[in-house]
Design a protein around this ligand. Structure first.
Ligand SMILES: Cc1cc2nc3c(=O)[nH]c(=O)nc-3n(C[C@H](O)[C@H](O)[C@H](O)COP(=O)(O)O)c2cc1C
Length: 183
């Protein structure tokens, strides 16, 4: 059975990012995938403590809500990440999570070696402005980090504004993305 792990970076349970992520989950489940979700707005999440445990171990020393995600990622076939654009960046909640993904790479002098490469990846972003350039730098930044992890970007959805028709089209695309995650 395919395993999909979804990271939800919006505090809005009924916002665009969450809805699009839910469509990916629906698509994946419709093809029989097991879907595990992490709400990055959970108050039980601590930021990276900079202890460098993950430089010598494949894991994290912080024992909190996110701790089960390391096993979930290791076992996953696909990773899905979504965040709104806040102040031209991903949300603070999503950034705190991103720091906690440092165990995804082992560090050799002058290079990072992925510990959990080869996952399929979908990324999803929503922003208020109609101008996609506003969120473009943040999206490039996040997708580049996932690329260092060896995760293969299958689709990147960037919803700009509030147009319902555009949103409905992207919802369908997100559902299909979810279906396509399942081999
Ligand atoms: C604190 C904050 C900062 C924001 N900064 C931006 C921004 O820099 N650019 C932009 O286009 N929209 C910005 N927005 C608007 C959100 O991106 C927009 O409302 C988006 O739809 C939220 O995603 P969600 O519906 O998934 O929660 C901001 C919203 C908040 C609350």
């Amino acid at each position: 059975m395919s395993k999909v792990v979804i990271f939800k970076g919006s505090p809005r349970k009924n916002g665009y990012t969450t809805k699009l992520l839910d469509q990916v989950a629906k698509g994946a489940k419709s093809k029989g995938a097991e879907v595990i979700e992490f709400d990055l707005n959970n108050p039980g999440i601590r930021g990276c403590q900079g202890c460098f445990y993950c430089r010598t171990h494949d894991g994290c020393a912080v024992n909190d809500y996110l701790q089960p995600m390391y096993k979930a990622i290791a076992e996953a076939d696909a990773i899905v990440f979504g965040s709104p654009i806040y102040m031209y960046q991903i949300t603070g909640q999503a950034k705190i999570w991103l720091d906690r993904t440092f165990p995804m790479v082992e560090e050799l002098p002058h290079k990072f070696i992925p510990r959990h490469a080869g996952k399929k990846l979908i990324t999803i972003f929503a922003q208020g402005s109609l101008d996609p350039k506003k969120g473009a730098e943040a999206i490039k930044y996040v997708n580049n980090i996932f690329n260092v992890f060896g995760w293969n970007l299958e689709d990147c959805i960037h919803y700009c504004g509030t147009d319902e028709e555009v949103f409905n089209e992207l919802s369908l695309r997100a559902f299909k993305d979810g279906e396509n995650l399942v081999v």
